[in-house]
Design a protein around this ligand. Structure first.
Ligand SMILES: [Cu+2]
Length: 271
């Protein structure tokens, strides 16, 4: 039994180690890559999960106990009691207290997510039907990021998560993300960073993350936005400072804002 439990646990816990993308049969969160996500995972594992399990076990016990103890054959004359002040006060107060206990760390994390430290890099993510557009306002970079179709995937590229133009950010730097949408509601979400913000047309939502390790991280649009909602993934490459500078150099040429806007105007003229 112990052995089985061990295999079961290592399968679900061990196989997720350092995963930056969802895994088959995954249970629980992706491995945290930012302090915010670590807080969220701790909050879930150490506070929420024990409370939920305790409540479920307690309710199950009450139900089983009532079914056996007060079954018709053992308890032929049921009690006609309808009120019990003490019990009613308790079952109102105790859940309130549990909620307060949960609210304190929860608000702490929300507040941390909402207070953006001084940003090293600012990225603007714009949701479109159905792809993400990105801008680096300080660098004059603008590009679109489309999902790669199954038939075009290369080896080790995850299905439905790989895009043509990835976002690049440096490791251990504060990345501020400004999120908006152009048509309908979308949401920019990256589980490993504990980031999820609605992309609302005509409004800018802000959030931030500080990636603690390099790698390719995957997320998806997380607000049902239409028929291809499932096909607008988010890919973020966290790289070293030097690699980021190098990417920036290339991107400034490849994705230069003025050039792209100029080309758009030319296309418009000819249409
Ligand atoms: Cu969307």
């Amino acid at each position: 039994m112990k052995k089985f439990l061990y295999i079961f646990l290592t399968y679900f816990v061990g196989s997720n180690a350092l995963a930056n993308q969802p895994k088959d049969w995954q249970l629980g969160f992706q491995e945290a890559a930012s302090s915010t996500m670590r807080d969220i995972v701790n909050f879930h594992d150490k506070i929420l999960l024990p409370i939920i399990i305790a409540i479920s076990v307690f309710v199950l016990f009450l139900m089983v106990y009532a079914c056996i103890r007060f079954r018709a054959s053992r308890n032929p004359n049921p009690s006609t009691t309808t009120h019990n002040v003490a019990v009613e006060v308790l079952w109102t107060l105790i859940p309130c207290l549990i909620l307060i206990v949960m609210a304190v760390p929860s608000f702490k994390i929300l507040y941390k997510q909402d207070t953006i430290p001084k940003a090293d890099v600012t990225v603007k993510a714009i949701g479109y039907q159905w792809y993400w557009g990105y801008e680096y306002p300080d660098e004059n970079i603008i590009f679109d990021s489309y999902m790669i179709e199954d038939k075009d995937l290369k080896e080790n590229q995850p299905r439905l998560l790989t895009v043509d133009n990835e976002v690049f950010v440096p490791v251990n730097k504060v990345i501020k993300v400004m999120i908006t949408a152009n048509d309908v509601l979308h949401a920019w979400a990256l589980p490993s960073f504990g980031v999820k913000r609605d992309a609302v047309p005509g409004r800018i939502n802000e959030t931030w993350f500080k990636a603690e390790r390099t790698g390719t991280f995957y997320g998806q649009c997380s607000e049902l936005c239409g028929i291809k909602h499932a096909f607008m993934p988010i890919t973020v490459n966290v790289v070293t400072e030097e690699e980021y500078e190098k990417w920036l150099e290339d991107a400034k040429i490849k994705f230069a804002k003025e050039e792209i806007n100029k080309n758009k105007k030319i296309v418009k003229k000819f249409n």
